[in-house]
Design a binder for this molecule. Sequence first.
Ligand SMILES: *[C@@H]1O[C@H](CO)[C@@H](O)[C@H](O)[C@H]1NC(C)=O
Ligand SMILES: *[C@@H]1O[C@H](CO)[C@@H](O)[C@H](O)[C@H]1NC(C)=O
Ligand SMILES: *[C@@H]1O[C@H](CO)[C@@H](O)[C@H](O)[C@H]1NC(C)=O
Length: 540
Amino acid sequence: MYCTMSLLYVKVLFSALCAVVLAHNKQPNIVLILADDLGWNDVGFHGSNQIPTPNIDALAYNGVVLNRFYVQSTCTPSRSALLTGQYPIRYGFQVMPILHGENRYLPLHLKTLPLHLKQLGYATRLVGKWHLGHSYFNNTPIYRGFDSHFGYWPGAIDYFNHVADGGYGMRRNLLTSWSTQNEYATHLFTRKSQDAIIEHNYKKPLFLMISHLAVHAADENQLLEVPDFAETNKTFGYISDHRRRLFAGMLTELDKSVGSVCNTLKDKGVLDDTIIIFLSDNGAQNTEMGYDNAGSNWPLRGMKATLFEGGVRSPAIMYYSKAKVKSAINSQLMHITDLMPTLYVAAGGNVKDLGTIDGVSQWGAITQGDESSRSSVLLDIDDFHPHSSLIGYRGRYKLINDSVINEFGQDGYYGKDTSPTKNPPYDVDLVLASPTNKAINKRLTKKKILTIRKKLTIQCTHKGTRPKPCDKNGLCLFDLVNDPCETENVAKKYPHIITDLSKQLLSYWKILKPQDKHFTDTKSNPIYYNNTWSTWMEHQ
Ligand SMILES: *[C@@H]1O[C@H](CO)[C@@H](O)[C@H](O)[C@H]1NC(C)=O
Ligand SMILES: *[C@@H]1O[C@H](CO)[C@@H](O)[C@H](O)[C@H]1NC(C)=O
Ligand SMILES: *[C@@H]1O[C@H](CO)[C@@H](O)[C@H](O)[C@H]1NC(C)=O
C-alpha cells in the first residue's frame, strides 16, 4: 500500500516536472525569409540611403545582424546548401543553377532541413520558389520534407502572369494553381504566408519558409515589374537609372512583406515564440554587365555568380525575442550550411542526428555570444571552368584561384549610385514607425539605430575602377578584415598563408562529385503539359 502510494506520488511529481521542463523548452516557431538576388547595398541597414527598407532594417536593429554570413554564388547551390547543411560540391550541385527543363534534382538520399524538423514535431510549409528540381514528383517540395507548398518549381517566373519560358509556373502542392494568376507574386506569397501563420494550430511548432521571387528579374517580356508603375516612378523619381527605379519598387514590396509577416505573427500572439531569419540566396546582378537586374553590392567587389564578396556575402539577420543577445552585430564567420544545424539545435535536436554535414550550429554564437566553431568556409569549386575559393583564418583571409570566370570578368565594382539628384537622408522615423518595429515593440532609440548602422557600413576608398584581375591559374589572397572590398591582392606578402589555404582548398577536391553536363531536356517542354512547367520524367 505504502509502496503504491509513493509510486503514484513519484509519478505525479515526475509528470509535473516534465511539464515544467517542456514549457521551458517550448520549441520555437521558425520563419525563414529568403530573398532572391538581393545585394549587399540594397538594404538600408548596410548604409545605403537610396532605397528605404524600414521593415528589414527594423528586424536587423532589433535582432542580431549576421555580418559575415556567406552563401553560394547562385540560386540552386545556395538553396541546396541551406536545406542539406552540405557543400554543393559533395553532390555535384556546385556553381550552376538548374536550367528550365533540366533533368536534375536534389539527390534523393540527402535528408532536408524540413524533414529533420518534422521528426522533431514541426509542421513544415514552403511558400514561393523551389528550384531544386521537378523532373519527377518525388523531387518536389512535398516529397522533400514540406507538408505543403504554394509557389513555383523553376528558377523564376513573371510577377503577374506567373509564366516563364512559355510555361505557367504556379502550383498548390502538386496541382497547377490557375485561380491565383495575375496576383503580383510578392503580394500573393505574403498572403499565403499570412494564411499559413493564421491557420496554424500552435500545439505543434511551425517551420515556414518564405522563398520570395523578389527581387529576381522576371521574364524577357518585362524584366522588372512593380504593382503600380506610376507610384514607383513618382516615389523613386530621384533615382536616374530607370531599371534601378523599378528595382526600388520591387524591393519596397518585399520590405512591406516582412512587415506584414511580423504583424501577423504578432496578431496571432506567437511573435515572441518565433525565430525570424532574413537572408538572400546570393549577391545582386547588375545591369552594367548587360544583365537583367539592377541590384547593387557596392562597395563590395563582384556580383552574383562570382566568388568575390559581392556574390557571396549576404545581408543576414536573426531575430528571436528570447535570445540572450539582442540588438547586436555578430561578425563571426558563418555559412548558409550552418542554418540547418543551428535551427535543429534551436528546435531541441542534437546535431549528431544530422550525420556528415559541413554546417556547424551557430545557435550559441548568435543567441549567447559564444565563440563559433567554424574556422573556414569553402565558397565553391567549379570543376568545369576551374575556379575556386576558400575563406580561412576565421574569416580573415580569402584565397581565390582564377577569378576570371568568363570573358566578361564581372570582377569589378558595380551598382554605384550615380543619380545626379540626391537621395533622401536616412529616415530613422520610418524605421521606428515600420510595422516590424511596432510589432516587436522593444523601444529602440534613434541613437542606437544610427550607432548600429554606422558600424555596419563598409567604408572602402576605391572609386570603382576594376582592379587587376587575379592571374589566369594564379592565386589571389585578400585580407578581408582590412580590405573587405578585395582591392589588393596580398598573395606575395603572405606565402605561408597561401600554402596553408591552398592545402585546405585542394583537400576539398577529394570529396567533390563532378558536375553533369547542363542542358534543357526537350521532353520537358511546356507545350506537352498544357503550357505549364510540369514533372516530365514520370511520363517517359
Ligand atoms: C517617370 O518619371 C520621370 C520623372 O522622374 C518622367 O520624366 C517620366 O515621364 C515618367 N514616366 C512615365 C511613363 O510616367
Ligand atoms: C588552381 O587552379 C589550377 C588550374 O585549375 C590548378 O592546377 C591548381 O591546383 C589550383 N590550385 C589550388 C590551390 O586550388
Ligand atoms: C489548361 O490551361 C488552361 C489555361 O491556359 C486552364 O484554364 C485549364 O484548366 C487547363 N486544363 C487542365 C486540364 O489543366
